[in-house]
Design a protein around this ligand. Structure first.
Ligand code: MN
Length: 227
């Protein structure tokens, strides 16, 4: 038996200093996981806990510039740590959660903020604002066997050499083990799942010609042009 159309190529991420690829299953993203960003978006971090949405695996962008997307005039950067799972399950305990992590990467959750804002106001889903082509620029994955499991470390994003976002991984409201545990109560996590862990404050718009440089201490860097 064959396919009636050509099957899509699997979504993958490179593994740093290796010819191997990490196959990506789903991309879960957490919203409002840093208090200062929650406040800048007009919400109260004490009253509204973080929550999840998804991007599509084929929204990943690796080693290429970010093409300014259609239908928006307010596209924002959100710089985030990404967690790559090597195993999964349901109802994973917080204590067991990190044993499921293959490694870490640094990523951008590019957002059509105008379309996201309209969706929020209308009580509609966020896909048009979040899950569009090339909306997830991502670095190579660094295995946890090399760097451990970062719980703190500076996270910075520069636009054209100017510092725009600055935070620390230790400012996450939900820590990585808590996110994995919580998600596994809602979905069956599987090897290849990627979790974007939220962004600190300072998010803002990009324009064509911008150069974005993001860095998470102890994990890696990401350089992306906007074209
Ligand atoms: Mn985000």
């Amino acid at each position: 038996m064959g396919y009636v159309i050509d099957p899509p190529a699997p979504a993958t991420l490179p593994v740093k200093d290796s010819d191997d690829l990490f196959p990506v299953h789903r991309i879960y993203c957490v919203g409002r996981n840093y208090a200062a960003h929650t406040i800048e978006m007009g919400h109260d971090p004490d009253k509204e806990p973080p929550f999840f949405f998804q991007k599509n695996p084929d929204n990943l962008l690796v080693g290429k510039d970010f093409p300014y997307p259609s239908a928006s005039s307010d596209v924002h950067f959100e710089f985030e740590l990404a967690v790559a799972l090597k195993s999964g399950g349901t109802d994973i305990s917080i204590d067991d959660a990190l044993a499921h992590v293959y490694g870490y990467a640094v990523a951008l959750d590019m957002t059509r903020r105008d379309l996201q804002g309209e969706a929020k106001k209308a009580g509609r889903p966020w896909e048009v604002g979040k899950a569009f082509e090339h909306s997830a620029p991502c670095s190579a994955i660094v295995p946890a066997s090399e760097i451990g499991h970062p719980a703190s470390g500076a996270l910075t994003l520069d636009v054209d050499g100017e510092r725009r976002q600055e935070g620390d991984l230790n400012q996450m409201i939900w820590k990585i083990p808590e996110m994995i545990s919580y998600l596994s109560g809602l979905f069956e996590l599987v090897p290849g799942d990627l979790i974007l862990t939220g962004t600190p404050s300072g998010v803002g718009p990009v324009t064509k010609g911008n150069r974005l440089h993001g860095e998470v201490e102890g994990v890696g860097t990401l350089d992306v042009g906007v074209v």
